[in-house]
Design a protein around this ligand. Structure first.
Ligand code: IVH
Length: 668
């Protein structure tokens, strides 16, 4: 075989991969199979690793991403990233055209484009190579997200063809097509992660991930809608876009040159009707003057160009009939009212159910049985009811009655003061709550037990699980009796449950699903109370001494542990061998040195974090308090301690001690 130098082979592979990328992601017309593509990419990465001297930031291998995370740096835009004036009405659009005509009596063309609902991006190219990608930020400066943007296959890393200026910026929108968005959310749902509300949020969230190899796996796309810089090939926007297409950018095939306002209206009408046929979301149409000379002539207001305007489609709304209202019980026992509707098409899907949020909302809408209601799809996942057509209400119809009993178990609902939602208090006997608690307990960020939601339901329905402690009593033999379980899957589940026993105490605390105790609060609590026993015995004042814990959280924790069946579950988890304390092998708690003494901590310290100090105080029998008052014994003063706290301490004659003195107290 003819010998090819590594350098030549690397160049060859880069060229081929670039071309395949372009055909696949920009033209949607691939030439080779995914397998073939992956094989070439693997070979390129191997050769580049063997020959770092040929490193090239524009190599297609750079799209795979890296897991080295780094904070985004802020970059000032060379040309500020402006926004567009908005209108929702034809009259305003006609006024815009009038203003244009006044300034430009001769003929002029508009360019009509879709208004992509994603995230604006500025791409800088130097000598045809992508050197920087920056978000809009505040318009003056944005985040440098180059590494993440390099993973987007429709963004050329090196331009094709010729005629591009040696330095210019391409401006465009990064978006996530709806299909990819739905798949991503489906995966997140399966893994028990938070869902993105819409494709725009998913695109924005993805761009801000500090690990470009995760970004590389997300289905982002980028459409270019403008260029800035000196030496562009034309003085015309539309013609420049065509050049951009030749250089390898993805430009929209829907952009149209329109020689009259009538044609602009036609474009608007067409996409108003067909927007849901597009694979991605748009929220309107952008109308721009084509001629750059007219851009300069018309100029800018403080924030927007006078030569362009966005015509926005209003949030889609539909009227339909309310059939009934269901009350759903969530994992924490929160009740959500959900309206069942006569199916109605709205923004590309058929809506059959919509959220009514909570009791106050139902009251405020004064919604009656059989009412005609307005449904809107906003930025939320679930459509919502935004109003009632009272004109079409039938005589004698009765207001919707809000649930007073749990729809699942019949227990009387409670509503805490200041809370919008009512709750079913039967945490350990109400079946959706049992299932919900188990699903939360096993979820990835909690105990990370490999058990699907359907399995949890099967086990609950068959009476094998009635609380989370029962998990640790499951035997492979019992599971095998159930249909759908083979020997292997039964053993896998039991093994995964066994492994979960060693999760740290803070994860267990989060997994218990105590209302208002999310991951962060669980972490803080576990640091302050290094064992379940200590947390269970803590009084309210001690709880309030923990960072981020206020009345609401303290009350929820106290009420959780005041329930006998909850304490029993903790007992059973402990008997099963689940980790219930922080690894304290390094600590030697000496009891009672600070017995009964109350401390206020202020400022920052050189050898301990504030949470560690709180922990030490608690472990030694002292108490943490947040405010200086006459019954406080010590103010533990660190660097930049609060001046008002110091002043108060001195007024009340409270002893102020340093970190050194505190350590001496513990030793002495
Ligand atoms: S042109 C000076 N064209 O809308 C005008 N913007 O409010 C620069 N957008 O931040 C923008 N599609 O992210 C333009 N075809 C399009 C657009 C578009 C979406 C976004 C863009 C910008 C915002 C302007």
């Amino acid at each position: 075989m003819e010998h090819v130098s590594p350098r030549k082979r690397i160049q060859d592979l880069r060229k081929k991969l670039d071309e395949h990328n372009y055909r696949y992601y920009v033209l949607a017309d691939p030439l080779v199979s995914d397998f073939e593509y992956d094989r070439m990419m693997d070979e390129l990465i191997r050769l580049e690793n063997e020959h770092p001297e040929y490193f090239d930031p524009a190599s297609p291998s750079q799209r795979v991403g890296s897991d080295i995370s780094r904070e985004f740096t802020q970059v000032r835009h060379k040309y500020p990233m402006l926004s567009l004036g908005n209108t929702y009405s034809r009259e305003e659009l006609a006024e815009f055209d009038k203003r244009v005509r006044k300034a430009v009596p001769a003929g002029y063309d508009y360019v009509c484009e879709l208004k992509y609902d994603g995230v604006a991006i500025s791409l800088t190219y130097e000598e045809g190579v992508l050197t920087r990608a920056v978000t809009r930020g505040d318009g003056e400066k944005g985040d440098d997200v180059t590494l993440n943007v390099k993973t987007i296959r429709s963004v050329p890393l090196r331009l094709k063809s010729e005629g591009y200026p040696s330095l210019f910026e391409a401006r465009g929108e990064i978006l996530m097509p709806r299909a990819g968005f739905e798949k991503l959310n489906e995966e997140r749902r399966r893994r028990g992660e938070n869902l993105f509300a819409n494709p725009r949020n998913a695109a924005a969230g993805t761009l801000k991930i500090q690990n470009s190899s995760i970004v590389a796996g997300r289905p982002l796309d980028c459409i270019v809608f403008g260029m800035m810089g000196e030496g562009l090939p034309h003085e015309l926007h539309y013609e420049n876009l065509l050049s951009a297409g030749e250089w390898g950018f993805k430009i929209s095939g829907h952009t149209r040159k329109c020689s009259s306002l009538e044609k602009v209206y036609d474009f608007i009408d067409h996409w108003q009707e067909h927007r849901t046929d597009l694979p991605f979301d748009i929220d309107g149409v952008v109308v721009k003057l084509n001629d750059f000379r007219l851009h300069r002539k018309l100029g800018y207001t403080a924030k927007t160009p006078r030569w362009a305007i966005a015509y926005k489609y209003s949030a889609e709304r539909a009227a339909t009939k309310l059939l009934s209202v269901d009350f759903q019980v969530g994992r924490t026992g929160a009740i959500t009212p959900v309206a069942n509707l006569e199916p109605v098409p709205l923004a590309g899907t058929t809506v059959k159910r919509a959220s009514l949020h909570n009791e106050d909302q139902v009251k405020q809408l004064d919604i009656h049985e059989g009412d005609t209601v307005f449904v809107e799809k906003g930025g939320d996942i679930i459509p919502k009811i935004v109003g009632v057509d009272t004109g079409r209400r039938s005589k004698g119809s009765r207001p919707v009655e809000y649930a007073v009993k749990c729809p699942a178990c019949g227990t009387k609902l409670t509503r805490l003061p200041g809370e919008a939602k009512s709750y079913c208090p039967a945490q350990n006997t109400c079946s959706p709550q049992i299932l919900g608690r188990i699903e939360h307990f096993v979820s990835r960020r909690a105990m990370n037990i490999n058990m699907a939601g359907a399995t949890a339901k099967l086990l609950v329905d068959n009476g094998l699980l009635s609380n989370v402690a029962d998990l640790y009593r499951l035997k492979a033999n019992d599971l095998e009796q159930l249909e759908r379980f083979g020997r292997k899957s039964a053993q896998n589940l039991v093994r995964s449950i066994e492994e979960s026993k060693s999760r740290p105490w803070n994860r267990l605390l989060y997994a218990l699903g105590i209302r208002f105790v999310g991951e962060t609060v669980a972490g803080k609590l576990a640091a302050a109370f290094p064992s379940a026993r200590q947390l269970m015995d803590a009084d309210k004042e001690q709880l309030l001494g923990v960072d981020e814990v206020g009345e609401k959280i303290a009350g929820s924790i106290a009420s959780y542990f005041s329930v006998g069946s909850n304490r029993e579950i903790i007992e059973k988890l402990s008997e099963a061998g689940v980790t219930m304390e922080q690894d304290t092998s390094l600590e030697q708690p000496s009891v009672g040195k600070l017995k009964g003494k109350k401390f206020v901590i202020s400022g920052s310290f050189s050898r301990h974090s504030r949470d560690q100090l709180k922990l030490l105080i608690g472990q030694n029998g002292g108490k943490n308090v947040s405010a200086v008052s006459s019954n406080v014994d010590y103010l533990l003063k660190g660097e930049s301690a609060g001046p008002s706290k110091l002043k108060k301490a001195s007024e009340l004659n409270i002893k102020v001690i340093t970190e050194d003195e505190f350590e001496q107290m513990l030793e002495g």
